[in-house]
Design a protein around this ligand. Structure first.
Ligand SMILES: NC(=O)C1=CN([C@@H]2O[C@H](COP(=O)(O)OP(=O)(O)OC[C@H]3O[C@@H](n4cnc5c(N)ncnc54)[C@H](O)[C@@H]3O)[C@@H](O)[C@H]2O)C=CC1
Ligand SMILES: O=C(O)C(=O)Cc1ccc(O)cc1
Length: 284
């Protein structure tokens, strides 16, 4: 059991993580830090954190682990803020949606990647943000990717892995490069498509939303996600996101040409293959 964990950013993901740790008896005391006292007070009332302070030197006293759960553009300022108050025995991790940029920032701030800083990304979430959306079961049966570097401490990887596994997560280890490419395709691209679809509709016909069915609602749900969080993800994984947007544009171009040229059979075949892939992926 960990004696004292500090969570920086007590919102959907940070709150759900520490709520899960408490529920599974993996931590004795959780101490919260955020910019807004009202969020911290609410989190304490909900029993998600035990203590909080707006003074980082107080928050970091005697902690064994610090988890950063804020939008990724804030990471540099946060690492610079915590650096003077922790020594190298403290485990650091995060839940950010991009991983290459987090490693780059950590190297910049600390001079090298600290052996006990293990970057992590739970591939689970919601389009809702904030403490009200916290769910201690959020990571059950979900994948969590760890992206340690060549300087990472093996025992620390095992400790962090163990915490996530106790929450029911399936932990996987990969390079930050592989993570950022894969997630740009499976998570960042779909969010761009959903935001793009909404933008397309409202700029063409703001009344179109009166005529949508369930399919549109399913497809566009993630356009309700937090705008600042997604701004930060784009800024922190630009190359891979643009690469997959451009790849997807080619697929749309292909479909458009099939329609223009009245290629009924080829269209049906493309749809059938896509349907089978989706049916197979989500039937298991
Ligand atoms: N929302 C989702 O579904 C998922 C999000 N993530 C990642 O998790 C991280 C957190 O996202 P959410 O929990 O959804 O956000 P959230 O908005 O629910 O919570 C973020 C919290 O951080 C606080 N905060 C923001 N900037 C801060 C700063 N500079 N210093 C201290 N506190 C600050 C906010 O006040 C808020 O309480 C992001 O990096 C995001 O990319 C990862 C997986 C899923
Ligand atoms: O709401 C959804 O379905 C999501 O896809 C949530 C999500 C958002 C960001 C991540 O890095 C991972 C998961």
């Amino acid at each position: 059991m960990i004696d004292r964990i500090c969570i920086i950013g007590v919102g959907l993901i940070g709150g759900s993580f520490v709520a899960g740790l408490k529920q599974t008896n993996q931590v004795k005391t959780v101490i919260g830090f955020s910019r807004q006292e009202s969020h911290l007070r609410k989190a304490q009332e909900m029993g998600i954190i035990d203590e909080y302070s707006l003074d980082i030197s107080q928050v970091l006293k005697q902690v064994q682990m610090v988890i950063i759960a804020t939008p990724v553009n804030s990471f540099q300022a946060i690492l610079e803020m915590i650096k003077p108050h922790i020594d190298e025995s403290v485990i650091i991790s995060d839940v950010g949606s991009t991983k290459g940029s987090v490693i780059q920032i950590a190297k910049l701030v600390f001079g090298q990647m600290p052996a006990k800083f293990i970057p992590a990304h739970p591939i689970a979430g919601k389009e809702k943000s904030g403490i009200e959306a916290v769910d201690a079961q959020l990571f059950n049966h979900k994948r969590v990717v760890l992206t340690p570097t060549e300087s990472s401490d093996i025992q620390t990887i095992a400790i962090l892995s163990g915490l996530w596994k106790e929450l029911g997560a399936k932990v996987e280890i990969m390079t930050d490069k592989k993570h950022d490419d894969l997630l740009a395709m499976t998570s960042h691209l779909p969010h761009m498509l959903a935001y793009g679809l909404m933008d397309y509709l409202i700029s063409n016909n703001p009344y179109a939303c009166r005529y949508v069915a369930g399919g549109f609602k399913d497809f566009s749900r993630i356009a309700s996600s937090d705008a600042l969080m997604w701004r930060d993800i784009c800024i922190n994984n630009p190359k891979e996101i643009v690469k997959h947007i451009e790849g997807y544009q080619k697929t749309l171009e292909k479909i458009s040409n099939l329609i223009k040229n009245n290629k009924a059979e080829a269209l049906e075949q493309l749809f059938q293959e896509a349907k089978s892939a989706r049916d197979n992926w989500f039937s298991s």
